[in-house]
Design a protein around this ligand. Structure first.
Ligand SMILES: Nc1nc2c(c(=O)[nH]1)N[C@H]1C(S)=C(S)[C@@H](COP(=O)(O)OP(=O)(O)OC[C@H]3O[C@@H](n4cnc5c(=O)[nH]c(N)nc54)[C@H](O)[C@@H]3O)O[C@H]1N2
Ligand SMILES: Nc1nc2c(c(=O)[nH]1)N[C@H]1C(S)=C(S)[C@@H](COP(=O)(O)OP(=O)(O)OC[C@H]3O[C@@H](n4cnc5c(=O)[nH]c(N)nc54)[C@H](O)[C@@H]3O)O[C@H]1N2
Ligand code: SF4
Ligand SMILES: [Mo]
Length: 706
């Protein structure tokens, strides 16, 4: 049986895999033990790629909704019809009547988000959305307002201390640069600890990484700002920060000091619900390291105050000078990212939203750099007036399960003139509501580059994989679909390297060369350099941090964006919510990727429902048995779930995943499908005022017997 090297694209980690095929079928996927980064690691999800590609529900043709449900349609005919329905909308109401949503699986295709954004820009609509604004938008968009270090931050591999705040990369394979790389994460973390790394974890539950930590701070959901402010208080008071770095490069220290003065350790610990001794120990441990970063995940970003939390995390790293210095190797070299010199200097603070950016009609929210926050999509669809969205193209996403306020999103989708999904199955809660489903190639049928995972490689590692399986039928890659629509509409696809040729659709390699033009090594060159699909490590391309440009005087600004004032206001908030004694927090399922994977037999065998994890003493207090069905109510809505006793949670907390549930089925189906926590979430209450990120964790709830 032929075996080929490739990399997994079930998730963003891009594990190195060996793919065994028999004719047009893939029969086995396993880890590539010879790979220098992954060393043979895979997870259970990636090993299901064979079934995923050949599953009976996998769409092998595009679909059109008719009077009797979906019927197959040739993809080119579907594109003709979709373009014919978009044209009059655009003529009558302008390009803003069309919205593009690039969901998780448009990131997994290395041409996906680039082509979706190019399509939106070519069309001229401001309604371009991605799942980033349902996820961790503060670290992507608001951190730049304090300035950034051109030489890069400390990476995990060289760290002697690490601080993870609300992420669980052993399961999620996710953490920002500086956090745990998703390459065999459990082994990597254990090895680092054996080698002397000190680990601090803040999480309301004893997560997989918290179980390995030297200090686990079981912070109350949503109270990370108090915890972080208390730690900064200790670090400033005890002068544990990098005074030379701060003097050389940082403004706004006085304002930060003033703002954290309201959080002496005892006060901060009480508000955060942790012991004062642990808070002080964590502050000393973090500042006492020589290298290593504080990094956050989805937990605190979704728990309200995402921008404020990010500010305090940035402040910790800046105060402790956790950056690569002149003459050192710069962190995270990145081969497919446009080259900018790495220097021992601050990139000046940048504001990536607000005045000067396209605005939404709702809540004063604007574009974050290129994209509109998902927060406003339902209102932009439902509310008449100039700029109203009338057609939505969702690419590799599942808005019915991913967006806040599920009933409102259902009404919004129902009211669209045209809803198109690019999806591999027709059964999904969103796909099922579509007028057309465009069936895409799946990962092993596509060429791709490792651009998504290169934010974690600490060496100049790059991959180009060829398609391993033949193209089924008339299926297209996402970028070919968008090219086809742009061609029909007479709009273009502006890419980093210039306009995409519109006479004939370029092949994937040529498209990728244009999409990442200006990068260190073009995809076509990596392809040529890759013998048998192996990775290429461009050792000579690892940038060294150069001296600062003469005359550069940019400094970090810890007073930017009135963040110190926001911390003072937060200190005065009353965090109790009358009548809602619990906080429901988010988590990831080991056996799903958001809503993907529930149809695959090995993953379904591990789990069907979405349990509500609760401390056994809380269950006893409620008089609820382990395994019993409960109703969970927030001020906004209600969801059913099976209670699951879990002593690893702090009291007063319920932990559930998202991506489950089906609003078309009643509570009887909860054991088989689980429930969607987005029924509890509103986009108009508790959202972040800059990013619009809804309160998807730390949701105030009460528990009722079903
Ligand atoms: N309450 C709450 N809400 C949340 C979160 C939370 O923690 N709590 N998390 C948020 C986060 S972090 C995110 S990223 C979003 C996710 O938001 P989305 O990206 O909108 O949701 P997914 O469930 O990942 O949807 C993926 C879709 O892609 C389809 N798919 C699978 N494989 C392929 C493929 O190869 N090609 C294509 N084209 N499609 C494919 C799947 O069938 C599925 O319909 O949800 C957010 N929503
Ligand atoms: N197996 C699997 N892997 C995935 C996904 C999946 O669905 N399944 N989804 C992918 C996606 S889209 C993303 S964005 C990443 C996310 O990756 P992560 O951010 O690592 O997500 P989680 O594993 O849910 O870790 C979040 C942690 O935050 C904690 N938490 C919740 N609320 C709070 C809070 O208020 N404060 C603090 N300090 N902690 C809190 C939770 O208990 C949880 O342990 O994972 C990706 N990887
Ligand atoms: S961690 Fe992600 S990339 Fe690696 S095997 Fe699992 S699903 Fe695939
Ligand atoms: Mo995400």
């Amino acid at each position: 049986m032929p075996v080929q090297r490739s990399f997994c694209r079930f998730c963003h980690a891009n594990c190195a895999i060996l793919v065994e095929t028999e004719g047009d079928h893939v029969v086995r996927v396993s880890g590539d033990a010879e790979d220098p980064v992954f060393g043979g690691y895979t997870c259970i999800k990636g090993r299901q790629l064979p079934e995923a590609h050949h599953h009976p529900e996998r769409l092998l043709s595009s679909q059109k909704k008719g009077a009797h449900g979906f019927e197959p349609i040739a993809t080119q005919a579907a594109l003709d019809e979709i373009a014919a329905r978009l044209r009059p909308l655009i003529e009558e109401h302008g390009p803003d009547s069309v919205a593009i949503y690039a969901g998780t699986y448009s990131f997994q295709n290395s041409a996906g988000v680039a082509s979706a954004m190019a399509f939106a820009q070519g069309l001229g609509t401001r309604h371009f959305y991605t799942s980033v604004t349902l996820d961790q938008p503060a670290k992507v968009y608001t951190a730049a307002q304090y300035g950034s270090w051109s030489g890069g931050g400390h990476v995990f591999g060289e760290a002697d201390v690490a601080f993870f705040i609300g992420n669980n990369p052993i399961v999620s394979h996710y953490g920002p640069p500086g956090g745990l790389p998703p390459f065999s994460p459990s082994r990597r973390l254990r090895d680092a600890i054996a080698g002397g790394l000190k680990l601090i974890v803040a999480d309301p539950r004893e997560s997989d990484v918290a179980a390995l930590a030297h200090v686990h701070l079981p912070v109350k959901p949503g109270e990370d700002p108090a915890l972080l402010a208390g730690m900064i208080h200790v670090i400033l008071e005890e002068r544990l920060y990098d005074e030379a770095f701060v003097q050389g490069f940082v403004d706004g220290l006085a304002e930060l000091k003033e703002a954290v003065s309201g959080f002496p350790p005892a006060v901060a610990a009480a508000r955060a619900g942790v012991s004062e001794a642990d808070l002080v120990a964590a502050a000393r441990m973090f500042a006492g390291g020589t290298k290593g970063s504080a990094s956050t995940g989805t937990g605190p970003e979704m728990a309200g105050n995402g921008t404020l939390t990010q500010y305090l995390v940035s402040s910790l790293n800046i105060l402790c000078g956790r950056f690569c210095r002149e003459g050192e190797k710069s962190s995270i070299p990145r081969i497919f990212t446009p080259v900018t010199p790495r220097r021992a200097q601050v990139n000046p603070p940048m504001k990536l939203w607000g005045e000067g950016y396209p605005a939404s009609r709702f809540r004063g929210l604007t574009h974050l750099m290129f994209e509109m926050p998902c927060n406003v999509l339902a209102d932009e669809i439902l509310t008449p007036g100039p700029g109203q969205v009338k057609a939505l193209i969702s690419i590799g996403g599942n808005p019915m399960l991913a967006f806040p306020d599920q009933d409102k999103m259902a009404r919004a989708i129902q009211s669209l003139d045209l809803f198109v999904s690019v999806d591999i199955r027709a059964e999904g809660v969103s796909a099922r509501r579509s007028d057309y489903i465009l069936a895409p190639l799946m990962s092993l049928e596509r060429d791709d580059i490792s651009s998504l995972s290169e934010w974690w490689y600490e060496i100049p590692y790059a991959r180009y994989t060829e398609a391993i399986l033949p193209r089924p039928g008339d299926l297209l890659d996402e970028y070919e679909m968008l090219w086809g629509l742009a061609k029909r509409l007479g709009t273009g696809l502006p890419l980093a390297g210039g306009p995409c040729p519109m006479d004939a659709c370029p092949d994937k390699e040529a498209f990728l060369d244009l999409a990442v033009a200006g990068c260190v090594v073009p995809p076509s060159q990596v392809h040529a350099d890759s013998p048998d699909g192996r990775p290429v490590i461009y050792h000579d391309k690892h940038p060294i941090v150069e001296p600062a440009e003469p005359g550069n005087e940019a400094r970090f600004d810890l007073a930017a964006g009135a963040m110190p004032q926001q911390l003072i206001r937060y200190g005065k908030d009353d965090p109790t919510a009358q009548g809602y004694p619990f906080r429901l927090i988010s988590r990831r399922s080991r056996h799903r990727f958001n809503s993907t994977g529930g149809h695959l037999s090995a993953l379904k065998a591990k789990r069907t429902t979405n349990p509500a994890h609760i401390h056994p003493d809380d269950l006893a207090g409620l008089g609820v048995e382990d395994g019993e069905m409960i109703r969970i109510a927030s001020p906004h809505g209600e969801v059913h779930a099976l209670a699951k006793a879990s002593a690893s949670l702090r009291r007063g907390v319920i932990s559930m995943a998202h991506g489950y549930g089906d609003p078309d089925y009643g509570p009887d189906e909860v054991p088989l499908r689980g429930g969607s926590t987005n029924r509890l979430v509103s986009e108009t209450a508790g959202y972040d005022p800059i990013t619009g990120q809804a309160l998807q964790s730390a949701i105030p709830v009460r528990v009722l017997r079903a």
